[in-house]
Every structure is written in C-alpha cells, then in structure tokens.
Design a protein around this ligand. Structure first.
Ligand SMILES: Cc1cc2nc3c(=O)[nH]c(=O)nc-3n(C[C@H](O)[C@H](O)[C@H](O)COP(=O)(O)OP(=O)(O)OC[C@H]3O[C@@H](n4cnc5c(N)ncnc54)[C@H](O)[C@@H]3O)c2cc1C
Length: 293
C-alpha cells in the first residue's frame, strides 16, 4: 500500500501529525535515504510527513556568535552559500564532498543528521565546529550538542515524535583555520571510508585551540580532547603533528566494511590527521575562517 503524504506548512502542524500517527508516520525531507528504504520495502509507513513546506525549517539566520541553519537547507546550498564558505569553510567542504550534485541538490542537513549513517561527511565537520542541534517534539523544544547526538550507526538521541528543526554552529575563534579531508576507496562519488575535520587557532605561531573530528571509519564521529591538548601552547611542529596523528590512530576504535578493514582505517587515520594538520598549519588551501574556500 502506498503511504499517504501530508504537507504541513507549520512546525506545529508537522509535530501534531507526527504525534497523531506515531510509529506509522515518517518525516520526509529530501527523500534521498528514505525513498530507497521505501523502494526496497525495508520500511512501510502509513503516512509520510513532507517537511518541504514547513517554513520554520528553512533558511539561514546570522548572529554575532554564529549561524543557525534550518533543517531543510540543502547540502548544495551549504556548499555554496558565501557566508558558510567564508565563516565555516570545513562545513562547506564537507557538504561539497557528498555524493554528487543530484544528491546534494536534494539532500537536507536535517535528513543527513537524522539518518545517522556512519559513512557521512557533514556530521564530522559539525563535530569539529561544536554544533548544537535544535529539536522540537511532544515535550517542547530542546538542544542536543552534536557530540551527544549520535548513539551508534543509524541511532540518534531523537525521541519518538521529535524533529530536528535547525543546527546552530558557533563561529570559531578569530584567526582559526579549518579543513575537511574525505578519503574514498571505491569511486569518486562514494561515501567516505574516512573523514577528518581539523580546526586550529594560532596566536603568534602558538596553537591556542585545536579540534580534530574523525568519522566514517568508526561508528560515530569522534574527537579525542586529550590528544588535541598535545598541541596547546606549542607550535604545530612535525613532532607534535605526528604525535597527534598517532594518538588518533591508536585511540579510535575503527570498523570493518566494504570500504576498508579496521586495520587499514587506523593507518589512514594516521595519514589523514597528519595531512589535515599540515594543511591548516601551512594554509595550503585558503581555509581561514574569514577567507573563503
Ligand atoms: C547515491 C548516494 C550517495 C551518497 N553519498 C553520500 C556521501 O558521500 N556523503 C554523505 O554524507 N552522504 C551521502 N549520501 C547520503 C545523503 O547525504 C543522505 O541520504 C541525505 O543527506 C539524507 O537527507 P534527506 O533530506 O534526503 O533525508 P530523507 O531521505 O528525507 O530522510 C532521512 C531520514 O531522516 C528522517 N528525517 C528527515 N528530516 C528529518 C528531520 N528534520 N528531523 C527528524 N528526522 C528527519 C527521515 O524520516 C528519514 O528517516 C548519499 C546518498 C546517496 C543516495
């Protein structure tokens, strides 16, 4: 039986529909993940709640401290939006790396996060940017730091009846540089075998803040603050960079799948964390927050 498709135009109507149909309903955003599940009959909801016309989920809002991105913003918009490229280049880069142009034109940020496929790009950049998810549900609004959102592959902190409404991303410290590296093993359009996001803030050549997020090689995107701290108060020398790359490779529990074995991924973490740190230190590509990409 084909699901009925509802088209609420407000957040409260969308939430009311979710509450009314409970487990028989699924939110529909860009459909790039959901339609495949329907097509292969892996799910059979009675109702799809299309979020396309829900105005509260659209667009960008700018404040002094950061950007608020509506859940229905398309990944291609994020990859191209001038202020995202300028202020949050790691996020623009990660979105630009997703699949192909047809997928990016359709897939939304909220759908990407809610799907929680471990082999995804944007969540890794958002981990390094310390993003906060805004969520609304039957018990009202709440906020979930991205570090607490992913509970495992395809599993999130969302409760039944909750929708992601927006993602808030604070601007990084002034003078920060950041990048996102995607490593693929199968095709130019494939999901990542590994993704690494790095953000560094220097003062007079000394590292004041370092954030590194690694994902797709493990069940959820992850940071290792105790390893990041190896750089604080020091210049990013080769010795420091190699110690951090080794620390990440040692401490991340990697997984096996068709894109690579756990042992191979550990080696690739070492290589790509090192490359990402060299890139932000040397500014090979112009990814200073404020410079664009
Ligand atoms: C060929 C192909 C290649 C791809 N390559 C990559 C890649 O390289 N990197 C990468 O990161 N991803 C990749 N993807 C995955 C793609 O990014 C996701 O399918 C997409 O982001 C999901 O967003 P959507 O808007 O289409 O979500 P939908 O398919 O509409 O929904 C996905 C899930 O999220 C739920 N949902 C949607 N919106 C919300 C919301 N606001 N609140 C709560 N739940 C919600 C839906 O009910 C559903 O369960 C690829 C997908 C395809 C098909």
């Amino acid at each position: 039986m084909r699901p009925e498709v509802l088209h609420p135009s407000t957040l409260s109507d969308a939430l009311a529909a979710l509450a009314a149909y409970g487990e028989e309903a699924r939110p529909l955003a860009g459909g790039t993940a959901l339609v495949l599940l329907l097509h292969h009959r892996l799910i059979a909801p009675r109702v799809l709640i299309c979020l396309e016309e829900v105005r509260e989920l659209r667009g960008f809002q700018f404040a002094e401290e950061g950007i608020r991105i509506g859940a229905m913003v398309r990944l291609q918009e994020l990859a191209r939006f001038p202020q995202i490229r300028e202020r949050l280049p790691a996020l623009a880069l990660a979105c630009r790396e997703v699949g192909n142009i047809r997928i990016r034109n359709q897939a939304t940020l909220g759908g990407n996060l809610a799907e929680a496929d471990y082999a995804s790009d944007p969540p890794i950049a958002l981990m390094a940017l310390e993003a906060i998810l805004e969520v609304h549900g039957p018990n009202g609004p709440r906020e979930i730091p991205i570090s607490e959102f992913f509970r495992g592959p395809y599993t999130t902190a969302l409760e039944p009846g909750e929708l992601i409404t927006a993602v808030r991303t604070p601007f990084p410290p002034p003078g920060s540089r950041m990048t996102y590296l995607k490593f693929r093993t199968r095709s130019a359009e494939d999901r990542p075998c590994l993704g690494v996001a790095a953000l560094v803030a220097f003062e007079d050549g000394i590292c004041r803040e370092l954030r590194i997020a690694v994902g797709a090689a493990c069940e959820t995107p992850q940071r290792r603050p105790e390893v990041e701290r190896l750089a604080i108060g020091r210049p990013l020398t080769e010795v420091v960079i190699r110690a951090i790359a080794q620390g990440y490779a040692d401490q991340i529990e990697t997984l096996n799948d068709l894109r690579g074995s756990a042992a191979y991924r550990k080696r690739m973490i070492e290589v790509h964390v090192r490359r990402a740190l060299e890139e932000v230190r040397d500014g090979h590509r112009s990814f200073s927050a404020g410079a664009g990409c």
